[in-house]
Design a protein around this ligand. Sequence first.
Ligand code: ADP
Ligand code: MG
Ligand code: ZN
Length: 626
Amino acid sequence: WEDGASSNTNTSFTFNAVPPVVQPPPPRLGEVLDFEEENATTFGHKAFRPGQREVVAAAMRGEDCFVLMPTGGGKSLCYQLPAWCCPGLAVVFSPLVSLIQDQVDSMNECGVRSATLSSGSSDYQSVAAALGALPAHGDYKLLYLTPEKLAHSGHARSLLHRLAVMGRLSRFVVDEAHCVSSWGHDFRPDYLGLRILRREFATIPIMALTATADSRVVDDVSRVLGLRQPFSWRSSFNRPKLDYQVRHKGNKKKQVLKEVADYVRQRQNETGLIYCLSRRDCEKVSEELQNALPGSFARKISFYHAEVDAAEREDRQRRWSRGELKVICATLAFGMGVNKPDVRYVIHYSMPKSLANYYQESGRCGRDGLGGQCVLYFSFKDRATQEVMIRDEKKNGPRDAKAVDQELHALRAMALYAAEKVKCRRRVVLDYFGETGFDPAKGCRDLCDNCRDKRPHEERDFTSHATNVVKLLRQITSTTPTRAGGAANNITRAGLVDAYRGSANRQMEKIRATNAPLFAAGSRLGKKDVEQLVDRLVLEDVLSERSVENSSGYNNDYVFQGSRARDFENATPNAKFTISVRLNGAGAEAEAARRRAQQQRGVDPRRRDEFDEGPAWLPQVARTPA
Ligand code: ADP
Ligand code: MG
Ligand code: ZN
């Protein structure tokens, strides 16, 4: 499984079957082996991991299967073992040639004869030779293909038909099956071509496997592949040994870079991964770290993104896998196929575009089961940047409105995770994945910043302020004349904050002049508080922030009504806006006093719609555990 160890490609012949190292007698056609025994003997495992036995048994009964297991959970065995134990050949679709080569090599080492049709080849003769070779070798148990191969090679397809006619196909396996779904974070159009499997080979059972548990993805995959009442296994996606924390980035980039450098400095013996959003950030973070750290260590820091030359990219990944590089600053291009077990920390310098992405990327930490830290840096600016990227038609081409909505929905879940100050981080992720019944007391054990934070907290009602802000936005945008004399004017997030507080600055004069009735209605509130309120309204889609090109061709981010704004304007029952806040030491005492006073006056202390003590509601920066 060492990265880059797969060099034994037979170049003169496209059929890359490697002679098995050990060659046990191949099972005779029609013979079914005992899988419990074979797991120990042929595969060398002492036991099954959770779910493997159940899935293998279902596969042996010939059922369709849907396997959801986190990365490293042992999905491969779920199809390799039945492939070995059943007569015939299992055809496995896997997205990457490098992954395939690893699998083929390791299976051949166990004596489970495996092959792939390499996807680069278009040489008719070698492909034809491969087609001829397979049926003659009854002992091949696994044939790996990329979906691209199936989509673009008529030969591959006719090979499958020939095998089917001969009754030699035991099963189709779709690994990394989330690639089928456009909801997924790794959608690949060629994966959609796999829908022909059920259509053209109706009787062959299908097994789909993925580590993406997003329930919409699961439904989508099942539908596209046409699974028939599949045996479904879902392992818990909790990674009990990983530590999760979120840090607020604010606007002080220098400060964050220093913090990251300090973090890395304390872990010079450990391997880490730093995810950045842009290529420029990868290079910048890498350079800053190199400057901040001693020369001998600086050489072990590098970056990785799509613009780095392919050979160089591969080299950096290999050196990192071997431990020669300790830190890689990478875009999400760095990921699939990376199988380094002892990654000790994954830092997100910027927030990814979905919680599924975050789970996947942070999950590259601690695959050896020895734990690790996942640190997410969050700023509202990053969220806005992500939204701009999702909506960007220049880059993406004209966008399907439904696809944009889906991605915005996923982004919202990600941002809410980051902004959460009270709920267990694991709980938020597992809820999103539809995994119910998770108990933070047992499953987290204070391995997240929110669970560690023992200060009291409470849910506060900000409905009236939220309603005010929404109405104020309407008043301003419908009354302020633009310079060009238009009816509506745009306002930035900062502008809306100032307007609600009635700040006295020059920009505000124009807005004050509109005589919007709710101008300055929040004058009693602190600036930070109103900023937080507006940010939160954007996060929860009461307001929305979008980039608009102005007359001079510059882009500005302005706030608009979000999809929930109407509820607040019309005071429907859905117009509820509560936020869980932490109470600081001093704040907690003041809070207790306030409650006592209110109780004496007969007021329900939980019905509180104003926040007058700033500190209690300021963002709480997560602390690193000692
Ligand atoms: P996944 O595809 O779910 O990410 P893999 O199938 O690649 O995970 O398995 C991860 C690692 O766990 C591999 O090194 C594999 O050999 C090992 N493994 C899988 N099942 C078992 C088992 N029952 N006992 C011991 N090791 C196992
Ligand atoms: Mg796998
Ligand atoms: Zn927790």
